[in-house]
Write a protein that binds this ligand. Structure first.
Ligand code: SF4
Ligand code: SF4
Length: 349
């Protein structure tokens, strides 16, 4: 990792430089909430945000996409990803969302490589920024409050300046080209870096102390197993609408459905995929009308179980980054932390 100090006033210059040469997306205000969207001017960006409604996964795994089109007897792949010629800069991501992308990378770029996802990932540049925990954030409990990889540049706000953590040669290149900081002026090469290093340490400490929401996760994977028959699932499912909203806003949920759309002439069609949710009634419905998870409590349990137990077994960490989106946007006001607290015994069932 390399480090540079960027005076706060230079951020505008930096972003405007990027806008000249790249497509940039970032957090924007949209009514009461924020969304990641296209940035045309520096003023479009609102870095004073807690959480966007949809996570950045939409840039790698679109809500719906055509995988290929076909005509009878002659299958032709239309590789949507080849259309992404220009690198896209995703600006202003918080650490939980950067960690969320890492979870998706485990799934789509590891044992089974998903070309559509992987091609988009290769063409993205990630510039992160630190944040202030809100009363629905529990990323610290899910080990996602700090990141040391998964970004090109990560900006830490030190008041009148940013400490830029530079993790890739692309990040270094962008700062050299689009700021006035001399290319050789890394933090460790300046005469007196102590003030900035002390400010950075203080910032990390302050950030860590600001969390109001947390849950003990040390034994959670085991406790998920032990709670398989718990009444927590039935009780929580009584409130759940089965709308699937929690999956759609989740940065680590990646299930999708695949559908064929064939023309009436039966000569050509296309195959699409679309986000799906294990909370939806038909998620486990198969041919013949059999449904493996007919009741809502089973589906709700599956979501928690997959995130806190199954994913841990496969990849060594939970598929939750504690972003709090599922808490904020659940119409039934189901709070994931409260459910987990019942599982770990911090709250009586
Ligand atoms: S968003 Fe809430 S109500 Fe909708 S499926 Fe998820 S837990 Fe149930
Ligand atoms: S489960 Fe909820 S808190 Fe965890 S990553 Fe998904 S949306 Fe965020």
């Amino acid at each position: 990792m390399l480090y540079k100090i960027i005076p706060k006033n230079d951020l505008k210059l930096f972003v405007e430089g990027l806008l000249n040469d790249y497509k940039v997306v970032g957090p924007k205000k949209a009514g009461k909430h924020h969304v990641f969207g296209d940035i045309s001017n520096y003023e479009d960006i609102d870095l004073n945000y807690n959480m966007t409604m949809l996570p950045p996964k939409k840039y790698f795994l679109p809500q719906r996409e055509t995988l290929f089109t076909y005509s009878l007897g002659n299958i032709q792949e239309v590789r949507e990803t080849t259309k992404v010629d220009t690198p896209v800069i995703i600006f202003g991501l918080h650490s939980c969302d950067i960690k969320g992308i890492e979870m998706l990378d485990y799934v789509f770029t590891n044992k089974y490589i998903d070309n559509y996802y992987t091609e988009r990932r290769k063409k993205n540049i990630i510039i992160g920024i630190d944040c202030e925990p809100s009363d629905t954030c529990f990323c610290k409990s899910m080990d996602a409050d700090q990141v040391d990889r998964g970004f090109d540049i990560f900006l830490v706000n030190l008041g009148d300046r940013f400490l830029a953590r530079i993790n890739t040669s692309m990040g270094d290149y962008l700062l050299n080209i689009y700021t006035k900081i001399p290319y050789y002026r890394y933090l460790t090469s300046v005469d007196d870096p102590h003030k900035d290093i002390a400010a950075y340490k203080e910032k990390i400490q302050e950030h860590s102390e600001k969390f109001v929401l947390d849950v003990e996760t040390a034994e959670l994977a085991d406790l998920m197993d032990l709670s398989y028959e718990s009444r927590v699932w039935e009780d929580t499912a009584k409130a759940c609408f089965g709308c699937g909203g929690c999956s759609f806003v989740c940065p680590t949920c990646y299930c999708f459905n695949v559908m064929d759309d064939i023309e009436l002439t039966m000569t050509q069609g296309h195959r699409d995929r679309q986000w799906d949710s294990c909370l939806l009634t038909d998620f486990a419905k198969v041919a013949g009308g059999h449904n493996f998870r007919k009741d809502r409590a089973t589906r709700l349990k599956l979501r928690y179980y997959h995130k806190q137990k199954g994913f841990v077994e496969m990849y060594g960490r939970p598929a939750c980054v504690g972003c709090g989106r599922c808490i904020i946007f659940c119409p039934a006001k189901i709070n994931k932390v409260e459910v987990l607290k019942m599982i770990v015994g911090e709250v009586k069932v």
